[in-house]
Design a protein around this ligand. Structure first.
Ligand code: SF4
Length: 422
């Protein structure tokens, strides 16, 4: 029986097969298996649990035919804009700029959610679906039952599911690693430890939790709950985020066991999407303390592991001013170790964050350039450097100019870190 149903009001395609790889293209490439409803005015995508997760308008008022809305597992709507393609790819490493409805540190983009046609989809998609119900007489069962399932996943139900996810992983995930852009932040989050070591004064995403490891039974139970929560749509996932803010500080054996167990129990080997990825944050302390045998074993795991370390600055005056209780010597050692690991382990990429702001000590940028330019004999394709603006909700031309200067000088790939939550 065909998976396509067409009437004068709409076209429904069930189990539409998208790309199996996350590709960086200047036109939208949608991954995974999903269901689609297309009306004269809109296109809606639903995951295999019948939950809306993507939408766009088709009318003349829609800003650009390549732009779209995505709903995350945390029930946030994100608007992906082309930014006119001017510098978005150079700045972020991606062709589309995510725009959020909550405060972030992005220095690019405008206010798409102020636009009527974008707000209309976020606020009215459910009502639009309900109106389609009046026309289901004579539809084959599987199409009308799909529409009823999609309607049953109302905005209230989706909000409850987002809360359930927070209950499972121990709270809202306030920040995601920048490297997760490689899979458009589509991963399963598994909290193996909570909190962080430093509680830096500048940081807007920390919580009050002292660093605490989860026990092995707690992690096993969480994996089982995540499996239930993701349900039918698990087949569209093959990446893992180990939370929370310093997962690398967790006992090395627990990290390795968590990855192995999650990959097995969540069935990543059978995923529709190719190429596994694991993402986690580390700190200077956890990174310098991690034993060599940990990286050796991690390198044998399927896919890539991306570990993002918050270095913030290589200048002591700046570190002191932002309240980060580490030394510039430790930052230099961490940077040197990151280069060594990136050179020797093909399946591991250590990436680093540095802060950006208008009012930092003079030596801040000079010392970063010593690391990412002067200490490196040649250009390297691996080991991205992310620059993270300190201020939220303040697009800034001067900071973009500063970033472009650093990017040109850097011998490592350099991008802006736009903070997003789950
Ligand atoms: S920057 Fe990292 S280590 Fe510092 S407070 Fe924030 S989450 Fe914790």
């Amino acid at each position: 029986m065909s998976n396509i149903f067409t009437s004068d009001k709409l076209k429904i395609t069930l189990e539409k097969t998208g790309s199996t790889v996350y590709a960086k293209m200047s036109f939208p490439v949608h991954c995974g298996i999903y269901n689609e409803i297309e009306t004269p005015d809109f296109i809606f995508h639903f995951n295999l649990n019948g939950e809306i997760f993507r939408a766009k308008g088709k009318g003349r008022d829609w800003a650009h035919p390549h732009e779209w809305l995505k709903r995350t597992q945390g029930n946030d709507w994100i608007y992906y804009s082309t930014g006119g393609y001017t510098g978005v790819f150079e700045a972020t490493g991606e062709y589309y700029l995510p725009n959020f409805q909550y405060p972030t540190n992005s220095i690019l983009g405008g206010h798409p959610f102020a636009q009527q046609e974008i707000r209309h989809i976020c606020e009215s998609w459910h009502q639009i679906l309900q109106e389609l119900l009046d026309h289901t007489l004579g539809w084959p069962d599987k199409f009308s039952s799909f529409l009823r399932d999609a309607i049953a996943n109302s905005p209230e139900v989706l909000e409850q599911k987002a809360h359930r996810l927070q209950e499972i992983v121990g709270g809202r995930i306030s920040v995601l690693p920048p490297d997760a852009r490689h899979v458009d932040y589509n991963f399963i989050p598994l909290t193996i430890s909570r909190g962080c070591l430093y509680k830096c004064t500048f940081c807007k995403v920390k919580n009050g939790t002292v660093f605490t490891e989860k026990t092995r039974p707690e992690i096993a139970r969480q994996i089982e709950q995540l499996k239930q929560h993701w349900g039918q749509d698990l087949v569209n996932y093959n990446s893992l985020f180990l939370g929370e803010h310093d997962a690398l500080q967790t006992n090395a054996d627990v990290i390795l066991l968590s990855i192995e167990t999650a990959y097995k129990e969540l069935g990543f080997a059978k995923s529709y999407i190719a190429d596994n990825s694991t993402f986690l944050f580390g700190s200077v302390t956890s990174f310098l303390n991690a034993p060599e045998c940990f990286f050796r074993q991690l390198n044998t795991f399927p896919g890539m592991t991306y570990i993002n370390i918050g270095l913030e600055s290589a200048d002591q005056e700046t570190l002191d001013r932002i309240g980060k209780p580490i030394t510039e010597r430790q930052v230099e050692e961490s940077f040197a170790r990151s280069q060594d690991i990136n050179d020797r382990y093909a399946s591991i990429e250590i990436t680093a964050n540095f802060i950006m702001d208008d009012k930092l000590p003079e030596n801040h940028y000079r010392k970063i350039l010593e690391l990412i330019r002067e200490k490196l004999p040649h250009v390297k394709p691996k080991g991205s450097i992310y620059f993270s603006p300190l201020t939220f909700n303040q697009p800034s031309r001067s900071r973009l100019f500063e970033f472009n200067r650093l990017k040109i000088m850097s011998r490592l790939p350099a991008y802006l870190y736009i903070i997003q939550r789950l």
